[in-house]
Design a protein around this ligand. Structure first.
Ligand SMILES: [Zn+2]
Ligand SMILES: [Zn+2]
Length: 355
């Protein structure tokens, strides 16, 4: 049985997305059809739409989808029609990194998430004339009212979770929270600075609070992001434009620098600011994808004093580590992430800067 969905289709790099009818063909045995109820816009979608990621066109982007299972393939177990779900990135589950619990570094990450087609080369969408429209973007292409995913990248949500707000758990919130809770693993009462207060940075702030960091410095040039960051757990929020040298300012404010830094922008200037804010020893994680090559220069002498710069994809998350079911999520009746999407909507609506 085929069905028709409404989707935002990218037909030309740099051009606006166009709302079109797309046909969703018969499901494969391992596939799940999800009726989308909410979706976030991640900076990687914008990077791809601008041509920064080599995806075949026409294509449907979107990779922070949440919704309700509308149909399951014949081999799916454990999910039923009507289940509320969030959709994350795809991974093969069989390569060395997948088997050791590191699916964000799946050896088949690019073909499964960026190629626009299923592993067998077919497309999950086509137009009315039968021409393929590329999907499978991060295993979902959730800028569509109906999405084809698999049990590799779908997580069932508790029914009390507001489903229309849960989409960013699939990427932005998982990236920021996973980086703090799974990669940096800050000690209780340690100090952390978060550069960039979009969805990813706000999630890092929330996770730092969950981890018990004593000092959480949120940094963003947009002052409208400061109050939400303070509400979500930052102990200080400031703009790099308000001080001469943000690295020196953070070092002075913390008596020598922060133990950890999260850099969610991806520009060399901000990476250098984040590295400059570090204590000795200290660890900085850089997260922002700028598309293509992005060379930076780092002073080796600065690194020698026990400092580390590492990169993180998707918060090094597993399929369930950042879900509301996870003990890492801090999911209580008052979980801060439940308040966050409204903030992202208000901040992102005025600020196209990454992430
Ligand atoms: Zn993303
Ligand atoms: Zn894999």
């Amino acid at each position: 049985m085929t069905r028709t969905a409404r989707a935002a289709v990218l037909r030309e790099q740099g051009a606006p997305l166009r709302i079109e009818s797309v046909v969703v063909p018969e499901l494969r045995p391992d596939e799940i059809l999800v009726r989308i109820r909410g979706v976030g816009i991640c900076h990687t979608d914008l990077t791809a739409a601008a041509g920064g990621v080599p995806i075949p066109l026409p294509a449907v982007l979107g990779h922070e989808g949440s919704g309700v299972v509308a149909e399951v393939g014949s081999s799916i177990v454990g999910l039923r029609v009507g289940d509320p779900v969030v959709i994350g990135f795809d991974s093969c589950r069989t390569c060395r990194n997948c088997r050791r619990g590191r699916p964000a570094y799946c050896s088949r990450f690019a073909p499964l998430n960026y190629s626009g087609v299923r592993p067998d080369g077919t497309s999950v969408f086509h137009d009315g004339a039968g021409k393929p429209i590329h999907g499978n973007w991060f295993g979902q292409s959730s800028f569509s009212s109906l999405v084809v995913a698999t049990d590799r990248n779908v997580v069932r949500l508790p029914r009390e979770v507001p489903i229309e707000l849960a989409g960013p758990l699939g990427c932005g919130l998982a990236t920021g929270a996973g980086t703090v809770l799974r990669v940096l693993r800050p000690e209780s009462d340690s100090t952390i600075a978060v550069f960039g207060l979009g969805a990813v940075g706000m999630a890092a702030v929330m996770a730092a609070k969950v981890a018990g960091c004593g000092t959480i410095i949120g940094i963003d040039p947009n002052p409208r992001r400061h109050a939400p960051a303070l509400e979500l757990g930052a102990t200080t929020a400031l703009s790099p434009d308000d001080v001469d040298d943000i690295g020196r300012h953070v070092r002075r404010a913390t008596g020598g620098g922060v133990d950890y830094a999260v850099e969610s922008v991806g520009s060399e200037a901000v990476i250098r600011q984040a590295m400059s804010s570090l204590a000795s020893p200290g660890v900085c994680a850089t997260l922002g994808l700028r598309g293509g090559r992005n060379p930076i220069t780092i002073d080796q002498t600065h690194l020698l004093s026990g400092r580390t710069l590492t990169g993180v994809i998707e918060g090094d998350a597993t399929r369930t580590s950042s879900s509301p079911n996870s003990p890492h999520s801090g999911a209580t009746a008052d979980s801060p992430w439940r308040r966050s999407p409204a903030h992202f909507l208000s901040t992102n609506s005025t600020t196209p800067s990454p992430p």
